[in-house]
Ligand binder design. Structure first.
Ligand SMILES: [Zn+2]
Length: 366
């Protein structure tokens, strides 16, 4: 099937006209193509949206059935998220790559943590921290170029958030990943784990609610990216409420919540690259990338920048193409300006994935 779409692109608003043949984009006209979007003029065409932090194959207790993982991926697709960076999953979802109707997934393998230092059932639990580099090497083989560490979590003996790893082990682990061509990211809520991770050369920080002026400066120096998962911050007060036995920890979570947006805004203002991720798969529902894009406006991004953080800019960061000639035809079309907000963004008029047209929630389009 040959398709043809016409509209305006972003960030520049220039006219876009594309043909789709054998699942790929052609910027050259192709005969016999069916115009599936933009026949009457108007409308917007973007590369598929990116959720740069979600979890496909993660349920409340960890591993889930593949059917459920597929349903999570379908929900993302129907919301226009066609490229997902999976930030850790206990379920082996690699067989999903055979389904050409599901978003592309960039996996970080399994979360790497220490015993009792993350949510039960989610992570590979490493008894002795000296085993971290070997575990990183194993996950680098299972993943698609990313490794996910738990950087900090409640230490019940301390009664507060605390780092999981020594600086020395982090350097060895991150060097191991880099030597295998993988990038590394870490879950970090609080302040103390950040300097060691950033100095060790980590590529990205997830959440980052504990950033300070000093650690923002370190991120700039080391070129570290930030995926703040802003909509997941709404869970911090509930986490604090449920932690009655650990008052210091609960107070810390409330403080991180109260100051989180300001700290992330300061990082962005200073020049740290910020990308959109929802953290869907544990406490956040799938299909909410539009809500994260909206939240990014509250840390100082204008509507075009916020959309770019979940689209063309995130694709560039992840090394995936946009609407170039020859690229896989993974794109989303909107009759209204997608910068208007979640009402428009969550309901793309047309999703094209690997050259196949979908109208969300209505199955493949004619
Ligand atoms: Zn996550």
């Amino acid at each position: 099937m040959r398709l043809h779409v016409r509209g305006r692109g972003l960030p520049d608003g220039a006219d876009v006209e594309l043909w789709i043949v054998d699942g790929r984009i052609s910027t050259e006209p192709v005969a016999g193509a069916d115009t599936v979007f933009g026949a009457s003029g108007g409308g917007w065409i973007l590369p598929g949206l990116v959720d740069a932090h979600c979890h496909i194959g993660l349920g409340k207790r960890g591993e889930i059935e593949l059917d459920e993982a597929m349903a999570q991926a379908e929900t993302e697709r129907d919301a226009g998220a066609l490229l997902l960076r999976d930030c850790g999953s206990p379920t082996d979802t690699r067989s999903l790559d055979e389904r050409d109707d599901l978003p592309r997934i960039i996996r970080a393998g399994k979360h790497l943590a220490r015993p009792k230092r993350y949510i039960a059932g989610y992570a590979v639990e490493i008894e002795d921290e000296s085993q971290l580099p070997a575990a990183v090497a194993a996950e680098a083989k299972r993943g698609d170029g990313w490794i996910k560490l738990i950087g900090d979590w409640i230490d019940r003996k301390v009664g507060d958030l605390a780092p999981l790893w020594s600086d020395e082990v982090l350097r060895a682990a991150i060097d191991t990943a880099h030597s295998r061509g993988a990038r590394v990211t870490a879950h970090v809520f609080s302040e103390d784990a950040l300097p060691g991770l950033i100095r060790a050369g980590i590529d990205c920080i997830e959440h980052g609610t504990g950033l300070t002026d000093d650690t923002v400066a370190l991120m700039l120096e080391h070129g570290t990216a930030l995926v703040p998962t802003l909509i997941n911050l709404e869970n911090f007060p509930g986490i604090a409420d449920a932690a009655g036995r650990y008052p210091t920890y609960a107070a810390h979570m409330r403080d991180l919540y109260a100051r989180g947006y300001a700290r992330i805004a300061a990082a962005r203002e200073a020049g740290v690259p910020v990308y959109a991720g929802t953290d869907a798969g544990s406490m956040v529902a799938h299909g909410r990338i539009a809500d994260e894009i909206e939240a990014l406006k509250a840390i100082g991004m204008n509507p075009t920048e916020a959309l770019g953080a979940a689209c063309w800019d995130a694709r560039g960061w992840l090394g995936r193409p946009g609407l170039e000639h020859g690229a896989s035809a993974d794109l989303v079309c909107y009759s209204r300006d997608p910068r208007l907000g979640p009402d428009v963004l969550t309901s793309p008029d047309l999703v094209i994935l690997r050259g196949k047209a979908f109208r969300p929630a209505a199955g493949p389009a004619g």
